[in-house]
Design a protein around this ligand. Structure first.
Ligand SMILES: NC(=O)c1ccc[n+]([C@@H]2O[C@H](COP(=O)([O-])OP(=O)(O)OC[C@H]3O[C@@H](n4cnc5c(N)ncnc54)[C@H](OP(=O)(O)O)[C@@H]3O)[C@@H](O)[C@H]2O)c1
Length: 254
């Protein structure tokens, strides 16, 4: 299916690298105007801007953990684009540790850092974007969650919790905001080869991780991006509230 996003404005968080960069590229290819959000990777973000198809793309900076920075960033996107048709909450971190080896204080900091980045930040940004979508007659919010929300993350408690929380946040918002023509989706990937998982795929056990899927491989960022672009397009409205697994059958929930 040839998805057209002509005249749509999209804010993609964490678009400097990995899955976010692939989503920004795919949506620009479909005709959208992109606000490329980054945190630390300013160079990568401006390189992406210069490579995206079309014109009028912008870069915006904010730490997902900082509510004021997210408010300023949203204002900047609104100044430039006048509306946000699609928000993609993609930015996220995955920090592994042996939780019980931490002190209580260390565990609190570890937990807060992931929860603020992966759940609170996306919640704050969704609120800001949804308010402007409501004024503009509707919009779409696409949350990039994870298989980790369902299967348990023994080495990353807060990651699994944050992604399960983001699924639940999206479902609450989907129900509440449907009457304002705001649709909310979650995409839950398994392993995707990016900087986040580099340490795994450069380890001697890489083949075992690939074998988690009967396809015997991991996903390319572009495969997740095509799904996000499809959801951002027309004709998907009745899918609101859904969580779509893209994990190569590595984890099947019933
Ligand atoms: N890779 C996988 O196997 C996989 C699987 C399931 C789900 N996911 C999810 O997919 C999303 C993208 O993952 P990825 O693999 O593409 O990760 P990645 O390559 O590590 O990129 C992470 C992105 O998030 C941004 N980011 C990190 N901390 C931030 C903060 N405090 N404030 C603002 N931005 C921040 C980074 O920005 P800067 O570089 O500008 O600092 C970067 O653009 C994440 O939500 C992840 O949980 C990934």
């Amino acid at each position: 299916m040839n998805i057209q996003l002509n005249d749509k404005t999209v804010l993609v968080t964490g678009a400097s690298r990995g899955i976010g960069r692939a989503i920004a590229t795919s949506m620009a290819d479909a005709g959208a105007q992109i606000a490329i959000h980054f945190h630390r990777s300013a160079e990568e973000a401006s390189r992406l801007k210069s490579r995206l198809k079309g014109s009028g793309h912008i870069t915006v900076q904010a730490d997902m953990k900082d509510p004021q920075a997210l408010e300023k960033m949203t204002a900047k996107v609104m100044d430039s684009f006048k509306r946000i048709d699609v928000l993609v909450n993609n930015a996220g971190i995955y920090e592994e540790t042996d939780s019980l080896s931490l002190s209580y204080r260390e565990f609190i900091n570890y937990f807060k850092n992931t929860m603020d980045t992966n759940l609170s930040g996306p919640a704050w940004l969704s609120f800001l974007a949804a308010r402007s979508m409501k004024e503009n007659g509707g919009g779409k919010i696409i949350n990039i969650t994870s298989r980790g929300a369902f299967r348990g993350e023994p080495n990353a408690y807060p990651y699994g919790a944050s992604k399960a929380g983001l699924n639940a946040l999206g479902q609450s918002m989907a129900k509440d905001l449907a009457s304002h023509n705001i649709k909310v989706f979650a995409i839950a990937p398994g392993f995707v080869e990016t900087d986040m998982t580099k340490h795994i795929f450069e380890s001697p056990h890489a083949e075992n991780f690939k074998k988690q899927s009967p396809l015997n491989r991991t996903a390319e960022p572009e495969e997740v991006a095509r799904l996000a672009t499809y959801l951002a397009g027309d004709h998907t409205d009745y899918l609101t509230g859904c969580i779509i697994d893209i994990n190569g059958a590595s984890y099947l929930r019933s």
